[in-house]
Design a protein around this ligand. Structure first.
Ligand code: OSB
Ligand code: MG
Length: 374
């Protein structure tokens, strides 16, 4: 903290970065290969620097936000609110932004940089600033839709050998029950789950019931991206737990879904819920109600990945998340060291803030546009 105990933000630099995934990633709604996003560099009055990462994609397939809406919201509305007056604590950012409806990924990118700045000022790891205690976290991996079942089985085998703690298989109509049956046949005891990214409706209820025979840890977001009512109906018909992803944008969404019985597990994504403070509130609420949570992924580069690692150190992140190692996604990541997964475990860094150094050379090389707002 500064002498007066305030966080006074003087300058925000938006580095628009373009990175290319090592392999295309296909979900029920589309395929990703190139990823554009913002590295938020935030500088305070003491010259310290905090980093955040925006997670919206170029197209509004997962949610309504995009790289360009993130830029618009950050530049025209959110950054001016941060520069207006100092903050005492990063928790205040959520309130400061509350006059702006939704646009949670834009908000989270900035709030994440404030949290990093705050932790660095206290000289503590971000995990500790958030109240996390774990020194290592267990992680799983998300596997996109493949061109053949053989290819999928080959990948699952490879990731199992690497030690990932659970495999998430993306599904869609025509690539679901039969495919999962094949995988289950080859790996009878592997922790498996499926993610449909909203590809089904209640008309598919009888079809989805077949998943109950496959010993899945959960099925993620089978029904509409904005639904919690039909999910409650489906959950009553299934023994497999439903986990909500797209439907959860806030603590209030979480409360309603849990009260309705729409799910038994929550996937928390920092960007989707508008930042670390709200993510923590959702975590705490779920812990009180015995709802396990895990940290989802948005194909992040290193800075976003580091935030996910820090969040996952909280107690109720009891299920392996989607935070795979940097080298699974990228030839070269934006941080040093990169996020390394060994035997399905990430060692939480103990340096102040996000705990990894930003690789300035890589950032410069991959930056396609830079804006300075002061
Ligand atoms: O639904 O969790 C999802 C990737 C892009 C958009 C949505 C999702 C995903 C993933 C990959 O499942 C998670 C990751 O490896 O970062
Ligand atoms: Mg998902």
């Amino acid at each position: 903290m500064t002498i007066d105990g305030m966080i006074s933000i003087k300058k925000v630099i938006l580095h628009q970065v373009r990175m290319t995934l090592k392999a295309p990633f296909t979900t029920s709604f589309g395929t990703f290969q190139d990823k554009d996003f913002f590295v938020v560099e935030m500088i305070d009055n003491a010259g310290r620097t905090g980093f955040g990462e925006s997670v919206a994609f170029s197209s509004p397939w997962y949610s309504e936000e995009t790289v360009r809406t993130n830029e618009h919201m950050m530049k025209d509305f959110l950054i001016p609110l941060l520069l207006e007056k100092p903050l005492e604590h990063p928790d205040e950012v959520f309130q400061r932004f509350s006059g702006i409806r939704r646009n949670n990924m834009a908000k989270a990118a900035l709030e994440g940089a404030v949290w990093d700045l705050y932790a660095k000022r206290l000289s503590v790891p971000l995990a500790q600033a958030l109240g996390g205690k774990k020194k290592e976290i267990d992680v799983g991996i998300s596997i996109g839709i493949q061109s053949s079942v053989q290819e999928l089985v080959r990948l699952v085998e490879n990731f199992a050998e690497q030690g990932y703690k659970r495999m998430k298989i993306k599904i869609k109509p025509g690539w679901d029950v039969d495919v999962l049956k094949e995988v289950r046949k080859v790996f009878p005891t592997l922790p498996l789950m499926a993610d449909a990214n909203s590809a089904y409706t209640l008309k598919d209820l009888e079809h989805l019931k077949q998943l109950d025979d496959l010993d899945l840890k959960m099925i993620e977001q089978p029904l509409a991206h904005d639904d919690i009512v039909d999910h409650a109906t489906l959950q009553r018909a299934l023994s497999t737990p439903i986990c909500l992803d797209e439907s959860i944008h806030s603590l209030e969404d979480t409360r309603r879904a849990v009260e309705l019985g729409s799910c038994k597990i929550i996937n928390i994504k920092i960007g989707r819920v508008g930042g670390l403070s709200e993510a923590k509130r959702i975590h705490d609420f779920c812990m009180d109600r015995n709802i396990p949570v895990w940290c989802g992924g948005m194909l992040e580069a290193g800075i976003g990945r580091a935030h996910n690692v820090a969040l996952t150190t909280l107690d109720n992140f009891v299920l392996p998340g989607d935070t795979a190692g940097s080298s699974h996604y990228w030839d070269e990541d934006l941080i040093e060291p990169e996020v390394v997964v060994k035997n399905g475990v990430i060692h939480v860094p103990d340096l102040p803030g996000i705990g990894y150094e930003v690789n300035r050379k890589a950032l410069e090389k991959l930056c396609i546009k830079k804006s300075v707002i002061a």
